[in-house]
Design a protein around this ligand. Structure first.
Ligand SMILES: [Zn+2]
Length: 426
């Protein structure tokens, strides 16, 4: 290393001690709130409506005083005051590009900060000067293709803008240009590999692709394992939205996504908007330090949680543990949200289970949670399964199951809700 990209994006810059990080983020927050209040009419309007003055926002905790702008309301806000819903923080002639996402939603491009955080993500994923990288995101209308292209330029890697589709041609390009990096969705990458195999190639022998950065859809652990074990490709993922760009990224540890220094992310109770503790699941709410588009407290509708455990890579930023689904699918039990995907994560660890359902009831003032299980084979050690499942369930969902019971095959309908809420509120 020692090259200029390494100095710009190596871990040292992202390894601020915790206290320094806190005051750094609070100062950035104070600055962006003052700026947005003065320059983005929609932010002034929502703060005035809530009776909050910019001076009252000094720490991340103070953000709770400001109402959340929900992604789902955003199209309406833009329609009411086109094209940017009065969220633009600079004169329109300062923009470099305007992207268009389905809606249509218009996204002004920030020419500077955005590529800084993107470069951190791709550097953490192992992208370096001289890499040859196909970018398989779309290059028109929507932001991802161009954003990634600009980022690779910053890192000194060679971008090959192949865009979406044309799998056979893309396989040929990967082969002839000795492409070693991939950026796009995980499903498209697997599509390319399968196409190469159909065309008679042996992927490991005939291609040099060994690292990939994926985003835009879920990356199931089984798919990542297949990329890594079957095809020798290290896959690292990122999380972002069209409005805000990249919001979190994995390092090579692949145990959660680091939140870059360019934004604050709160995990909030989807109903009250209050901040939740590390480990608790709630809506991902973002405040970017972006003067062009200062979307203060933008509710993405994506559910996640934050871990504050130190990461062995040396970056000190907190990490999102992954995207668990959309707000609205979760159920609150004894003050904790559980999401169907968590239950699936737990049961997937136990081969013996053929079907399952979590039923929530209420006894007096207390929520009760029962896990119903159907087994592939009744002749197993049920006691052992029960105690192992109970422990894993509590580890993953952070709330204890009151009862685990076995039911006869066919009792639980195949098309069932994973979490059945039978509570009545009178
Ligand atoms: Zn890390």
């Amino acid at each position: 290393m020692g090259d200029k990209e390494a100095q710009l994006y190596d871990v040292a810059k992202e390894a601020m001690p915790a206290e320094q990080r806190e005051s750094f983020l609070n100062q950035k927050l104070v600055d962006i709130i003052q700026y947005a209040y003065k320059n983005a009419p929609a932010i002034k309007e929502k703060m005035d409506r809530a009776g909050v003055s910019p001076g009252e926002i000094r720490t991340i905790k103070d953000l709770e005083k400001i109402p959340i702008t929900r992604k789902d309301d955003f199209t309406e806000l833009q329609k009411a005051s086109p094209p940017f819903g009065d969220f633009l923080g600079v004169p329109e002639d300062k923009l470099q590009r305007i992207f268009i996402s389905p809606g249509p939603i218009y996204e002004p491009q920030d020419p500077e900060e955005e590529f800084e955080k993107n470069a951190k993500a791709l550097y953490a994923a192992g992208f370096r000067r001289g890499d040859r990288v196909i970018i398989t995101f779309s290059f028109h209308m929507v932001p991802p293709g161009i954003r990634v292209d600009e980022t690779l330029k910053k890192l000194g890697a060679v971008a090959i803008p192949t865009g979406v589709g044309n799998t056979e041609l893309q396989v040929q390009i990967m082969h002839e240009l000795k492409v070693n990096g991939y950026i796009g969705t995980p499903s498209f990458l697997m599509g390319l590999i399968k196409r190469a195999e159909e065309l008679g190639y042996n992927f490991r022998q005939d291609f040099v692709l060994d690292h990939a950065w994926v985003t835009g859809e879920m990356l199931p652990p089984s798919l990542r394992r297949s990329f890594e074990q079957d095809y020798g490709i290290s896959v690292t993922q990122g999380y972002g939205t069209a409005e805000l760009g990249l919001l979190a990224y994995e390092c090579r540890q692949k145990s959660g996504m680091h939140i870059p220094e360019e934004a604050i992310i709160e995990i909030t109770d989807p109903q009250t908007g209050k901040q939740l503790a590390p480990g608790e699941i709630g809506e991902t709410v973002v405040t970017p330090f972006n003067k062009i588009y200062p979307l203060i407290r933008f509710g993405t509708g994506d559910l996640s949680s934050i871990t504050t455990e130190p990461c062995p890579c040396g970056r000190t930023s907190y990490r999102l543990t992954g995207i668990l689904g959309r707000a609205g699918e979760e159920t609150k039990v004894r003050g904790m949200f559980i999401h169907p995907r968590q239950v699936q994560e737990v049961t997937a660890k136990f081969d013996q289970i053929s079907n399952f359902q979590v039923v929530i009831t209420r006894k007096g003032q207390r929520d009760e949670m029962t896990i119903n299980l159907e087994l592939k084979d009744e002749a197993i050690d049920k006691q052992k399964l029960t105690s192992e499942l109970a422990k894993t369930y509590q580890d993953v969902c952070r709330v204890r199951a009151d009862k685990i019971q076995f039911v006869a095959k066919g009792t639980i309908p195949k098309e069932r809700r994973i979490i059945l809420d039978e509570r009545t509120w009178e």
